[in-house]
Design a protein around this ligand. Structure first.
Ligand code: ZN
Length: 189
């Protein structure tokens, strides 16, 4: 797009961490803070994902990091700011639905990264794509809510279902194109 890309900083933490977005506990999981343009990766979450959520492998971790860097890209493209502004004016369920589109786009951008990195540097080993897809499925709201509460409540989803997350990661992976990652266009993302 002929725009200048500013790289994010990576912060690894365990337990709790202080960021420009406030104090975060490990329970929050990995996150991106637009205020300081840092990606915060919770090592406890990564361990839990590998051991308990059924998403083992190095590429599962790569997917998590790439998803958060995807939020950094969205920040630079102005997507995060626009959605935040919109969310302040709509009801909670509608706000959640907007947030789902943000998250699915970050998944798509993670897939795009995997595709571009593979084309440029042949990073992928056998089974990596499956690991990434398993990780995307493991962190779907329906899967996580089902584990935590025994039932799911789609209105409260903020990241999308396992099916949606896998599908958008795959879309980015197969296309390698930003235009394919417009999760705001379809009536149902
Ligand atoms: Zn996210």
């Amino acid at each position: 797009m002929n725009r200048r890309y500013q790289e994010p900083r990576l912060v690894l933490f365990s337990g709790a961490v202080q960021s420009a977005c406030g104090m975060a506990q490990s329970a929050v999981g990995p996150f991106y803070c637009p205020g300081d343009q840092r990606v915060y990766i919770d090592l406890d979450f990564l361990a839990q994902m590998q051991l308990q959520l059924g998403a083992p492998g190095d590429f599962a971790a790569a997917y998590v990091i790439a998803h958060e860097v995807g939020h950094h890209v969205q920040n630079q493209l102005g997507v995060l700011g626009r959605v935040q502004e919109l969310r302040s004016r709509v009801a909670e369920a509608e706000g959640n639905a907007l947030q789902v589109r943000v998250e699915l786009q970050a998944d798509c951008l993670a897939g795009m990264w995997a595709r571009r990195a593979q084309d440029a540097r042949q990073i992928l080993e056998d089974g990596d794509i499956e690991e990434g897809l398993a990780a995307a499925a493991a962190v779907g709201d329906d899967r996580l809510q089902g584990r935590a509460r025994g039932h799911v409540q789609p209105d409260s989803f903020t990241h999308g279902s396992s099916e949606q997350r896998v599908r958008w990661f795959r879309t980015g992976l197969q296309s390698g194109q930003l235009e394919a990652c417009d999760t705001f266009r379809p009536a149902r993302p």
